[in-house]
Write a protein that binds this ligand. Structure first.
Ligand code: ADP
Length: 196
């Protein structure tokens, strides 16, 4: 089975592409942001703990996020393959994930980097704020999240490039075209869906 990550700035369209790619590879798309938002909505203890952090556009502490992902990857549907969206986001999360997978004799097949222009992503996020009413999509929060991403998450790209796992894909254009680009870039690396 296939183990993938997708990284890119907020608004690059990771979530949309993640579900399409995951469906194609018959693996679950696991988005830490979605899990946090669901917990906030349901007012679970985790949700209450992270609400202010998420709303402010800061990252949830690594210890919490790592534990959440470790538990999620133990669920039946993710044991053999997954596409992680929005995790890892810090260097500490990268090494945690490395160790977690190594402990199960697993490794990543590829890291999809969705490349998108800053102006374009800000425009998209403003639109999403209106469409979906996400409480962390205020103008100020959007700009702040871009900064946090640049500072905390951009360094990960070089780590995965150095490991030879990075697959860079242009995230601009029609949704279908971007999906096709990702699928062909993965296929070019012989990361292909297992035959059904
Ligand atoms: P976006 O792609 O727009 O940044 P996400 O849905 O991926 O949105 O994440 C929303 C929020 O959830 C983040 O701003 C952060 O507060 C929290 N979050 C999600 N994933 C992580 C992570 N791996 N580490 C820490 N915080 C996270």
């Amino acid at each position: 089975m296939t183990r993938l990550l997708i990284v890119g700035p907020p608004g690059a369209g990771k979530g949309t592409q993640a579900s399409r790619i995951a469906a194609r590879y018959s693996i679950p798309a696991i988005a830490t942001g979605d899990i946090f938002r669901q917990n906030i909505k349901d007012q679970t203890p985790l949700g209450l703990q992270v609400k202010q952090i998420v709303d402010s556009g800061n990252y949830v502490p690594d210890s919490l996020t790592n534990a959440l992902v470790a538990a999620r990857l133990e669920e039946e549907d993710a044991r053999e393959g997954f596409l992680l969206d929005g995790y890892p986001r810090t260097l500490e999360q990268v090494s945690y994930l490395d160790d977690l997978l190594a402990g199960k004799s697993q490794s990543l097949d590829a890291v999809i980097q969705l490349v998108a222009d800053q102006e374009e992503v800000v425009t998209r996020l403003r639109k999403r704020a209106v469409d979906q009413g996400r409480s962390d999509d205020s103008e100020q929060a959007i700009r702040y999240r871009q900064e946090v991403y640049a500072r905390e998450t951009t360094p990960l790209i070089e780590v995965y490039r150095a490991k030879g796992l990075l697959v860079e894909v242009d995230g601009l254009g029609e949704i279908d075209d971007v999906t096709d680009r990702i699928l062909s870039a993965l296929a070019a690396r012989e990361v292909v869906p297992v035959a059904q």
